[in-house]
Design a protein around this ligand. Structure first.
Ligand code: GLU
Length: 424
């Protein structure tokens, strides 16, 4: 079977190829029909725009903007918008496909999409970021829609960007539709609990996996890579459950302390230090490359993609990996982790807490009725437990890794959607 979506050349570093490799492995094991696999190997819509925006200097700069809708078989497409320098068609396509699988695993009535703008958010003023975000919203106004394609934050974006995009979308359509975008600040229709949701999902998945492994949270240590929206909440919530966090790190610095790190102090420090950990004194500074291979029971890669590779996978000491980031493990590293009997809760399950609470936000927006944080968290935890069990059961049934089991779980749902909706 050939890949018909040759937007990016199929070379070794293609992230979309990494998705297809896992899709193929799961498809083979579960005997997925070739037609369904063919449909899912081809994203349904790919949009690329050029955004000319006036910089503070008075000069115009042109930015590349993307939105890929991978599938709409289980509902309107859903997925974040990323601001990063490595944003490109191949990466967005891979991330969009992961959203389809993630939403299916989490039992959400959504397809998958992803968008992005190629820029370094740290290199722009707030004013420039606002103009770029608004230009992107106008360019994508026919792609987005409350029952069509619903964006959210991702790497490099937050509620601030969502509020700008919402405002611009509403101005251009002449309607007030808060549900067209999620991850908004609470004051403009966001949901309580959304900010911490991805980290909360990581915590719930970690606890569920530890239970299966016969370990108590109070008996284990953890290392968390990334101290942004995913990592900081994951570290805090795991610490609240009694897990000893021995290592943390972000793009600025990494730290280790075998006696345990005071996560509240680290969060407080980062909040006063331009959200950077560099300079934190509650632990010893180590090299970034040492963090993932340092001594711990649980490893949470919660920031970047492609960080667990053939170069470091064999050196990982953790018994359990919980992927807070999207795509932190390369396909070549998977068999190394499997051989070492490391349990890896894959990204499409482990970080699905964010999109799960995005779904709750969308439901609240549609109803115009808002829930308490406790209601959000309770519903989130229930959904996550169900998703975890389904994946675990498929892992046992198909005698495979949790990653391939998660793909199988997603494909079982997507297969029904593709078959029931049919083709021309
Ligand atoms: N960007 C997040 C993810 O990768 C959230 C997506 C959403 O809430 O739609 O899952």
């Amino acid at each position: 079977m050939s890949t018909q979506t040759a937007v990016a050349p199929a070379h070794e570093e293609s992230m979309f190829e990494a998705v297809l490799a896992r899709l193929d492995a799961a498809a083979k094991l579960m005997n997925l029909s070739d037609e369904v696999a063919l449909v899912l190997r081809n994203p349904s819509k790919q949009v690329k725009v050029s955004l000319p925006v006036m910089m503070d200097s008075g000069k115009i700069q042109v930015f590349e903007g993307y939105r890929t809708v991978h599938s709409t078989h289980l509902g309107p497409s859903k997925g974040g918008i990323r601001y990063a320098m490595d944003v490109n068609a191949d990466e967005v396509m891979a991330l969009a496909a992961w959203m389809s699988f993630k939403c299916a695993v989490a039992n959400l009535p959504y397809g998958g999409a992803k968008g992005g703008i190629k820029l370094d958010p740290r290199a722009h003023s707030v004013g420039e970021l606002e103009r770029i975000s608004r230009a992107y919203a106008v360019a994508m106004k026919d792609v987005f829609g409350v029952n069509k394609d619903i964006p959210a934050p991702d790497m490099g974006t937050s509620g601030r960007e969502m509020a700008w995009i919402l405002d611009e979308f509403n101005k251009n359509t002449g309607e007030d539709s808060p549900g067209v975008i999620t991850g908004k600040p609470v004051a403009v229709g966001g949901s309580l609990g959304r900010d911490a949701a991805t980290g909360r999902g990581v915590m719930v998945n970690t606890l569920a996996a530890l239970r299966k492994m016969g370990l108590k949270p109070t008996e284990v240590t953890a290392v968390v890579q990334g101290f942004g929206n995913v990592g900081s909440h994951a570290a805090r919530l795991l610490a609240e459950q009694g897990v000893k966090i021995v290592g943390i790190g972000d793009h600025s610095a990494s730290y280790y302390n075998e006696k345990g790190i005071d996560i509240a102090a680290a969060i407080e420090f980062a909040s006063k230090n331009n959200r950077n950990l560099k300079g934190f004194t509650g632990a010893t500074e180590i090299k970034g490359s040492e963090l993932l291979i340092s001594k711990c029971d649980v490893l949470v890669p919660g920031a970047l993609q492609n960080v667990i590779t053939i170069d470091n996978a064999a050196k990982i000491q953790a018994k359990l990996i919980v992927e807070g980031a999207n795509g932190p493990t390369t396909p070549e590293a998977d068999p190394i982790l499997n051989d070492k009997k490391i349990i890896c809760v894959p990204d499409i399950l482990a970080n699905s807490g964010g999109v799960t609470v995005s779904y709750f936000e969308w439901v609240q927006n549609k109803a115009g009725y808002y829930w308490t944080e406790e209601e959000v968290n309770t519903k989130h935890d229930q959904k996550m437990e169900i998703a975890f069990e389904a994946v675990w059961n498929n892992m046992v049934q198909y005698k495979t890794s949790m990653r391939i089991a998660a793909y199988i779980t997603a494909l079982q749902k997507l297969e029904q959607g593709v078959k029931l909706k049919g083709a021309y």
